[in-house]
Ligand binder design. Sequence first.
Ligand code: PMP
Length: 415
Amino acid sequence: MMDIFETRESEVRSYCRSWPAVFERAQGSTVYTEDGAEYLDFFSGAGALNYGHNNPALLEPLLEYLRSGAIVHSLDMKTPAKRKFLQTFEDVILKPRNLDYKVMFPGPTGTNTVEAALKLARKITGRQHILSFTNAFHGMTLGSLSVTGNSMKRMGAGIPLTNSSKIPYDDYFDGETADFLWLERVLEDSGSGVDKPAGIIVETVQGEGGLNAARAAWLRGLSELCKKHDILLIVDDVQAGCGRTGTFFSFEGAGITPDIVCLSKSISGFGLPMALTLFRPELDAWTPGEHNGTFRGHNPAFVTAAAALETYWADGKFQQQVSARIVQLHEGLERIAASVEGAAVRGRGLLAGVVFPDPDTAGKIAAAAFDRGLLVETSGPESEVVKLMPALTISADELDRGLDILIEATNAVAG
Ligand code: PMP
């Protein structure tokens, strides 16, 4: 039967098509439909719920804040909630990692931080071109879409977007070449017609683009190229950041320090919209008011963000727990991949999955998993990857249960 979602909402709907249910309540890693069905959530709001649904450590301070009559919306005015977030971010995240970044609130979502990063790179260098990578995903507004690699999404803009070119991501090099001599050769040839870019934007793991994970050596090669040629390196950590790959920033293990970092999704920790653009202090070239917007001061998000950092990142205990879940997830994924010829594990940390040789298989497995009570999405240019993003707070039992369902679903579809 058609309901108001089908009759009134635009055809642009996506997730509701693969999950025909009305989701009403959620706690931790479990969501409940209005019909009382229960699902384990290995999707986590596309990475916005790293600490699970309605996490009490975040919910309590949020409710207390709202009941106290404190400021909810403040554009970019000063508030105690914003002060506390900035101070906690400095004490818990930046200082222990020896990072010195200015913090900008670019707007509420991931695409806003990418837009700010692209604008800043152009403004600082006076150059207009941005390089990004095959299969990259950076957002849906015109600037972020122009650096996105997926042509189906790009066609949403109607006509081709300019000012950006795609170059091959690490998966193209088959684990061998980690330098960028091929690109330097073109950049150094003044007759090549290739404009020197203002910046290069990269995901360390391509969340939407098929869970390709860049090698540390390749990221270092990219960082060296950028330094040598005075190009700004922008790491889009919107999906891979906030602990998803096992460290707070996904680039920590690679030994690089990007010039600009984009964060959103799980920075508020509670699924509330919030985004940050971080950049080296000497890059703060903005004149006051040059990049603004109405929703840069969502104080409830500052409250939950500060609570999440204090609860989970003030010492190393949570990170250890996440490391154990990462090992457990990857063992399960290896078993699933081994059960289907040509399948392989992709990704890093708790941003991982299995790629199948027949692109239809992943969608069928995701559907079979839904029928058995597990929410998983697909990823990749042909949706050929089953993508798992359980909450970082998931218990070992829940993770096992979800993996068992996925094994059953895989056997049912491809066994
Ligand atoms: N960058 C990356 C790496 C993303 O995964 C996403 C969202 N999937 C975005 C940017 C855009 O974020 P938003 O949807 O909040 O605008």
